[in-house]
Design a protein around this ligand. Structure first.
Ligand code: GLN
Length: 549
């Protein structure tokens, strides 16, 4: 199946329980390998039956991350792109739903020539094919594969069987198995316990997978005695039992922790590669600034999923990148838009007390909309830096229509299909779409900026490619009304002049985009819009008023 390629595979499984940080661990290892000069790609395999997370609620799944080619994927792909320079596409996000869909369509076409179609080999072959397709790129040295879920789940068994087969076919020198487990500390006794790890590894071995490296999630680094015990019971060399200890600082410090504990060197030695020196590049500069902020900036994020940390993951991360680029520490004030829906102006004022900038992120559905519009209004009237993203831009347009253009009752047809002024509406091509999955405007589109606009000067370019995930659009026939009333259309999609960005000249900083710039921000290359939004927020209060103690 695998031709001449010499790509090496690192399979990462998880044991004991979820939320141990598998995605960030894989991203960190990827980053370290790149630091050693290797080229990598990363695949996430999700054992659920949905084709992709695009149809799932953020409460089920957290943020839906969008790739350049328009795949709606797991938020772990966001970590992979932020931590590494690998270019990810829809090929890097695989689900059980996709695998079965492909195999069943093939069966219906008669491609299996009368044979019985089975999990082994047909499903497992399709899983292996997806992995090898990514590895077919000659420029790659490593493909890292994160298997979602926890070993012991019924639904991940075909994925585990597939990686077992790949190890069997390619051998130890081309494949490394990493298993992330939990070594809990019993609080009263203060003792680290290895039994859950022993059970988890036993489960993995029953499926024919012997881990080469055990990453043990622990509160404090493990003593060698503890490592020796795990090694003895789990068939792993003591050296390859690595502490993945809790760290006090930011997630961006995790690669350093892994490096300290030898994860990169152990990995390279497994493949008989000389570890040599690592070159962390710009990451060091980022961490240096992150650790030594000179000011503090307080940004309010107004959304309806603010109780869930992962729902706006990329937005929060992009804000951190922007803050660090300005040598500032970020303080995010999470505001539930429903809470301010029925507030009068004074109560809204108190909610935003001490806030230097307001961001309204993307979202779907009616709930909390009027609260987001109230937040926009507050920012516009009080000259507070405002950044609207996707739904955030649509709210900014609705607010401006109602309160500046005098279009009372203006709305998006998503929220009020019979509004007298549908300033946000569906394009004809979207009106006929009935299926929900993968049918939005997705992925990177070209945006051309208006000369002299703030947004053009922030990017320092005439055009840009940015990623989208929405169904509704600015209704073009209202464009003139908005311009006459002082809103500038900063960028359009040139093919049909779709409005992509709006801004209010003369306001301290009021920029909103139909696209999602947060997906392209990285610690080592903060997104210009986030960087400039934070700069404006800091400037408004004057660097002096928010010093870091
Ligand atoms: N619900 C809006 C739309 O579909 C905005 C989507 C978003 O913010 N991602 O157009």
């Amino acid at each position: 199946m695998m031709a001449e390629s010499r790509v090496k595979f690192i399979f990462v499984t998880g044991g004991v329980c979820s939320s141990l940080g598998k995605g960030i661990s894989v991203a960190s290892l990827g980053m370290l390998l790149e630091g050693h000069g290797y080229r990598i790609s990363i695949i996430k395999m999700d054992p659920y039956l949905n084709i992709d997370p695009g149809t799932m609620s953020p409460f089920q799944h957290g943020e839906v991350y969008v790739t350049e080619d328009g795949a709606e994927t797991d938020l772990d792909l966001g970590y992979y792109e932020r931590f590494t320079s690998s270019k990810l596409s829809r090929k890097n996000s695989v689900s059980t739903g996709q695998i079965y869909n492909t195999v069943i369509q093939r069966e219906r076409r008669g491609d299996y020539l009368g044979r019985t179609v089975q999990v082994i080999p047909h499903i497992t072959n399709e899983i292996k094919k997806r992995i090898f397709d990514v590895a077919a790129d000659d420029n790659l040295d490593f493909v890292l594969v994160e298997i979602g879920g926890t070993v012991g789940d019924i639904e991940s068994i075909p994925f585990l069987e597939s990686i077992r087969q790949i190890r069997h076919e390619l051998g130890r020198r081309r494949v490394m198995n990493v298993h992330l487990t939990l070594v809990p500390t019993i609080a009263v006794a203060g003792e680290q316990k290895t039994k859950p790890t022993q059970h988890s590894v036993k489960e993995l071995m029953q499926l024919g997978i012997i881990p080469d490296v055990l990453l043990a999630r622990v509160q404090k680094p493990m003593e060698s005695e503890m490592k020796a015990k795990i090694a003895l019971f789990c068939n792993v060399s003591e050296r390859n039992v690595i502490s993945a200890e809790d760290i006090a600082g930011s997630i961006y410090e995790i690669p350093y922790m892994f490096q300290r504990n030898g994860f990169d060197v152990i990995t390279l030695e497994h493949f008989n590669l000389n570890p040599g020196q690592i070159n962390p590049g710009k990451w060091d500069t980022f961490i240096e600034r992150l650790r030594n902020p000179l000011a503090r900036v307080r940004i309010a994020v107004v959304g309806k999923y603010i109780t869930l940390n992962d729902a706006y993951r990329s937005v929060y991360d992009a804000l951190v990148h922007g803050a660090v680029a300005n040598n500032a520490e970020l303080d995010i004030v999470k505001i539930d838009s429903e809470d301010i829906e029925s507030c009068d102006d004074n109560s809204v004022l108190s909610v935003f007390d001490g806030v230097n900038g307001i961001l309204v992120p993307g979202g779907f559905g009616n709930r909390g909309i009027e609260g987001k519009i109230a937040a926009v209004s507050h920012a516009r009237k009080n000259n507070i830096p405002f950044f609207g993203i996707c739904l955030g831009m649509q709210c900014a347009v609705i607010e401006f229509a109602r309160n500046v253009c005098g279009l009372a009752g203006a709305n998006s047809t998503e929220f009020d299909p019979s509004t007298p002024y549908p300033v946000i509406s569906l394009l004809e091509e979207q009106e006929v779409v009935a299926e929900k999955g993968g049918t939005m405007r997705l992925g990177a589109y070209h945006c051309e900026f208006t000369r002299g606009s703030r947004i053009a000067s922030i990017y320092g370019r005439e055009s840009v490619m940015e990623r989208h995930r929405h169904r509704f659009e600015f209704t073009t026939k209202y464009r003139q009304v908005f311009e006459n009333n002082g809103m500038l259309i900063g960028g359009v999609y040139p093919r049909n002049n779709l409005v992509e960005t709006v801004e209010i000249p003369g306001h301290e900083w009021f920029v909103a985009t139909q696209y999602h710039p947060e997906f392209k921000s990285k610690p080592v290359s903060p997104h210009p819009l986030f960087r400039d939004f934070i700069r404006a927020a800091l400037e408004r209060c004057g660097q002096g008023c928010n010093p870091c103690e």
